[in-house]
Design a protein around this ligand. Sequence first.
Ligand code: MG
Length: 253
Amino acid sequence: MTITRTLARSAIIGVALLPLLVPEARAQQTRPDPKATEQWEPVPPVVTPGIGAAPPADAIVLFDGKDLSQWQGVDGKPSRWKVEDGAFTAVGGAGDIRTTRGFGDIQLHIEWRTPAKVEGNGQDRGNSGVYLQGRYEVQVLDSYENPTYSNGQAASIYKQYVPLVNASRKPGEWQSYDIVFRAPRFDDDGTLRAPGYVTVLHNGVLVQDHVELKGSTVYTGLPKYEPHGIREPLLLQYHGNPVSYRNIWIREL
Ligand code: MG
């Protein structure tokens, strides 16, 4: 008797809820199919990431700790930077060096170290630079408790963009830049079709967020674009300070 009554009550409740459930069921029928927004092509290529400091499998290694065969002086002669202990250092009069091959849009990983023994102040302390396409400088400087103009400190786009934060390590410690660079494009007549863009992480911290390059880096005056090829060498600046580099690799985008 009790069971019958319970069933009867359930039936009544069911009937009572039916008008509420039916519109819901109807809505489900008219809702778009989630599969319609699934994208299956293209399938991204598989890239085995590096373990620890190792480069990913598809990277072009520009310095593996042994030799500077992929670099040369800007005069085309062999590099005079000193290779030692898995790194290379700007020794006296070494001059700027550039890669033997050119690059366009890239992801770049590069590690650098300013001297442990602090000498000089401001721009004269641990100065070097990563020049994308030989023209657009991401500043390398000992910016640990070393005041200078903000658009010239480490991780600035020199004289163009102040870094979002100062993520510098102490002098003598290895630091890293991870850079995403979109090269500028020029028309055949040399007019700028699309500016370059740079994103920089300094020691893993975002410091430049897709900033639009204003032109080639200049020390005086305003930056201005000069037309150049789609692929140009990467350059490291010799600024008279014994700055070291290691573990450099590039992925072409
Ligand atoms: Mg510099």
